[in-house]
Design a protein around this ligand. Structure first.
Ligand SMILES: C[S@@+](CC[C@H](N)C(=O)[O-])C[C@H]1O[C@@H](n2cnc3c(N)ncnc32)[C@H](O)[C@@H]1O
Ligand code: SF4
Length: 415
């Protein structure tokens, strides 16, 4: 038996695997959930990067327009039923490069706002080449309040490893200065072959110097279906790099907002840490109280489904209660803390009643500590979470996305 299976059986108290079936609910019951996040996936990119696992395809104006029309149809199919506007904490656009659709952003946001009252802002991912005055001001006019730039690195060697071009940094800085956003987040990748602490530290410094108030530091993940492969950086080396860069970020006045993100001066950018969310667009996922669903990864099938008036759902997982608890704890811990009151409000039972022994064990192992009634991951706990997250990504996400890239509507996937 694999270690991951043993862990799943232990934590879910059941031999039942996570079973995703090729079935779809025609109605998603989101109106009575609290803290609902919204996500919209736009899969188009000007150039395709070999290391990137996300659902994406080359930009084509006509196809992108049809896709956005389909997105509007899906939003109405999901949210058009029922009375009044539902409350949503945030709306994030990811991709792909959603800023390529900046000309239609106002229309999409207006359609979403017709159905949802968004309380904490709207975020959009940008490729560095899109950080210019024209696109930034168009996004701002549309109501966007946060941006996230996929810089990956400012270092020539790292950019060349990733197959990404370098950019005019002073021009980016000037554009960001001219059009300020509440959050400017910059994605950096670490643990690439040959990258040192010094180059990574310079990346972090440059990110803040050009105007970021939030940075995401993702470990390089070598997906089996990506075109870019590299020998993994040794665990010990990666751990040392992670510890040093975290200390450095903290010494620069940042605080950790999740395993991989750091904020300074109030920057917040988080499309993932939500108790419930609705996702629109190809490959987008939705998470509700007792189910998780994934849309098809095929852009053409996505458009066809929406045009025919059917939801583009590819797979649905109906959680057992314990599976949902494990899922909840996994994603809450991603934010580096677990508040037992949040768990109890969500499930109606105390955390310690369900997972008291595991919490005790994690405390004894030095992975968490209890402060003011909240469990916080220690430095050691964060490292192990980080290790576990990569393992989960390669064991589960890699398998699932690998299948979904090939088959628009699989019959079932068991994890
Ligand atoms: C959808 S992409 C970025 C948005 C934009 N299209 C761009 O390329 O700048 C989101 C982020 O995921 C991260 N990412 C993509 N592939 C990765 C990989 N193989 N390992 C680690 N991080 C990765 C990158 O930091 C990237 O900016
Ligand atoms: S990294 Fe960004 S630009 Fe490159 S393929 Fe992925 S989504 Fe597209």
């Amino acid at each position: 038996m694999r270690k991951s299976d043993a862990m799943r059986i232990w934590l879910t108290r059941s031999f039942k695997p996570f079973l995703f079936l090729g079935e779809a609910d025609e109605e998603l019951r989101f109106r009575d959930v609290k803290k609902l996040g919204l996500y919209i996936h736009v899969p188009f990119c000007e150039t395709i990067c070999g290391f990137c696992p996300y659902c994406k395809c080359p930009y084509d104006r006509e196809k992108a327009d049809r896709y956005i029309d389909a997105l509007l149809l899906e939003t109405e199919m999901v949210a058009g039923r029922g009375e009044g506007r539902a409350e949503a904490t945030s709306l994030y656009f990811g991709g792909g490069s959603p800023a390529l659709a900046h000309g239609r952003m106002a229309e999409i946001i207006e359609a979403v706002r017709k159905r949802f009252r968004i309380t904490e802002g709207i975020g959009v991912e940008l490729h560095p080449r899109e950080v210019n005055e024209e696109i930034l001001s168009s996004l701002k006019r549309a109501g966007v309040s946060k941006i996230s730039v996929g810089m990956q690195s400012f270092h020539e060697g790292c950019l060349s490893f990733l197959g990404r071009p370098s950019h005019d940094i002073p021009a980016m800085r000037a554009a960001l200065e001219k059009t300020p956003f509440e959050t400017v987040s910059i994605d950096l990748i670490f643990a690439m072959p040959g990258q040192t602490f010094e180059t990574l530290k310079r990346d972090v410094d440059t990110a803040f110097a050009i105007g970021a108030n939030h940075v995401a530091l993702y470990p390089f993940i070598d997906f089996s279906f990506a075109d870019k492969h590299a020998a993994p950086v040794a665990g010990r080396e990666k751990k040392a790099l992670l510890y040093r860069i975290v200390e450095y970020c903290e010494s620069r006045g940042c605080h950790r907002t999740s395993i991989w993100t750091f904020s300074r001066d109030g920057g917040v950018y988080s499309s993932m840490t939500r108790d419930n969310f609705l996702g629109f667009g190809c490959s987008a996922t939705s998470l509700l109280m007792d189910r998780f669903k994934i849309n098809t990864f095929s852009v053409d099938e996505y458009i066809k489904r929406c045009e025919s008036g059917r939801l583009p759902t590819s797979l649905t997982l109906r959680f057992t209660r314990r599976q949902r608890m494990v899922y909840y704890l996994f994603w809450t811990a991603y934010g580096t803390r677990i508040d037992p009151r949040g768990f109890e409000t969500f499930f109606g039972v105390p955390l310690e009643k369900e997972y008291g022994f595991e919490m005790l064990l994690a405390r004894a192992a030095g992975l968490i500590e209890r402060k003011n009634g909240i469990y916080e991951l220690t430095r050691r706990g964060v490292y192990y979470y980080h290790y576990f997250e990569q393992f989960y990504t390669l064991a589960y996400i890699d398998k699932m996305w690998g299948i979904m890239r090939e088959t628009p509507f699989p019959e079932r996937i068991t994890l």
